[in-house]
Each structure stands twice: as C-alpha cells, then as structure tokens.
Design a protein around this ligand. Sequence first.
Ligand code: MN
Length: 293
Amino acid sequence: MAAPSIEIHPGRLADVGGAQVRRLLPRRGHRTVGAWCFADHFGPAPGAVGGIGPHPHIGLQTVTWLLEGELVHRDSLGSEQAIRPGQLNLMTAGHAVVHAEEADPGASGRHGVQLWVALPESTRMGPAAFEHHAELPTVGLAGAEATLLVGELEGTRSPARADTDHLGAQLVLHGPATVPLRASAEHAVLTVDAPITLDGEPLDIGQVAYLPPGRSEVGIAAVDGSRSVERPRVLLLGGTPFEFEPVMWWNFVARSREEVVDAYRDWQAEAPRFAPVASSLARIPAPDLPWAR
Ligand code: MN
C-alpha cells in the first residue's frame, strides 16, 4: 500500500518581541500535530528575539530548543536557567505560570525553535513545573543522528516529561536518511538550516511538512546545491492525533473561550493566580480579546 502523501504548507511571518519569526504551527484547518500546537522558528540573525518580558501561559508546555546563542529562562516558580544549543528547557504551565526569556545583549546570533505542547485533560489544570535537560540521548539512524527532545524513537526515550505520547527530535543529516515513523501517529517536519526533500518532495525553511498517520518511514535528504550547510538540522514532531481541538488565543491553550477569558482577566488584573517573575524586562500586557463575553 502506498504511503499517504506528504503535504507541504507555507508558514507565516509573525512578530515576537519585535523580531520576525516563522510561525509553522498552528495552521488554519490543522491546529495540532499530535499534542504539538505551536511552532515558531526564529533567527538566525543578530538580535533575533532579543528578549521577552514576563507573560503568562495556561494549558500547555513550552519546549525551547536553541540552534545558536543563549537565553536565560526565569519563571514564577523561581527557576532561573540559562539554555544553550543541545539543551532543553521544558516548562509545564498547567493552571498558570509566568515566565520571561532574557537574552544576553552581547550574544551574537540567536537561532532556535519555540514549541508548545497542549496538555491533556489530566494535567492541564494541574501545578506548574519546570525542568532543564543539559544532555539528551541520541539515536543513530540510516543517514542521520537523532537527538531526542521528548518521547521515544527506536527504543530510546528522552528523560523529558511527556504527558501524552508525542515525539520531538532533532535530526542531523549526514547523508540520505531513512527515518522510522510510528504509523498510528501523525508527524510534522521543519527544516532550519537548508532546503531538504521528504520522499523527494522539496521542503524549504519557513515551510512545514505534514505527514498523515499511516506511514512507517520517510526518506529525508539534503538538496544538492545547498551544501553550504554540511549537515542540515531538521526537526521531527509527532504523536497520536490529539484528544480535542484546543481553543488557542495569545499565550493560552484551553478547552473553551470562557477559560481563555478568565485567564485574560486574571493576567490583566495581576491576580495571584499569575505570580510575579524576577525579571528586569517589562511585563507584557495581553492584547484585546477578540470576543465579547
Ligand atoms: Mn512563553
């Protein structure tokens, strides 16, 4: 049986903290890939995403992965954690959390991805948490080395917390690669250094590939002529299709508009639900709500 066809979709440009980013998830008509509900690719550029002041989250995990540069994470749990390429910051918002991402003004380029995972019913109203992983396991594949940010691949599991069965991995290509996939899962692929092909279909930086369930592998290769990047890095995201279609607005992932409105009001009122963060950056006010209550 032929594998289901690969869909290539354009991302869109969005503004985050005054820097332009490529927003690859969510897309209209396809809000989630597994539990992954948000993907921004920022940089590489001097000053790209300078710093983001304290802002709230509910109902999600933030997954921060740098390709170049450094950021310092501070949150309302009291966490203070620098993150560098190859390391993972994973913050679980649960019912409420506030964090800031501070950039070293002297740092050179900054390049990375900011991902969100929607939390399942069992933990989305639970306590906030933060974890940092300085080292992550790797798996050798045909033509690529995979670093496991979260989830399991070829029998190796990331130590990062996973409340659903989602997978996040960075692939470093060193030849035409064959990447095993779980057929019950759907997947998304982003390329961050150079154009690639997926089973021969071209995928450029700023685009996202969607692979429906029913595939047991995908071939990934660098594009001839883009060999200025010797070993392009690719991100693979996947998981069983999520249990519900989330309501997403600003920094909130919820089940209903009412939950979003409550979080909005609590943030604007500086309610105790959203505790302060020790950051030199200014608190970010919410934009106007798009709905009247
Ligand atoms: Mn955030």
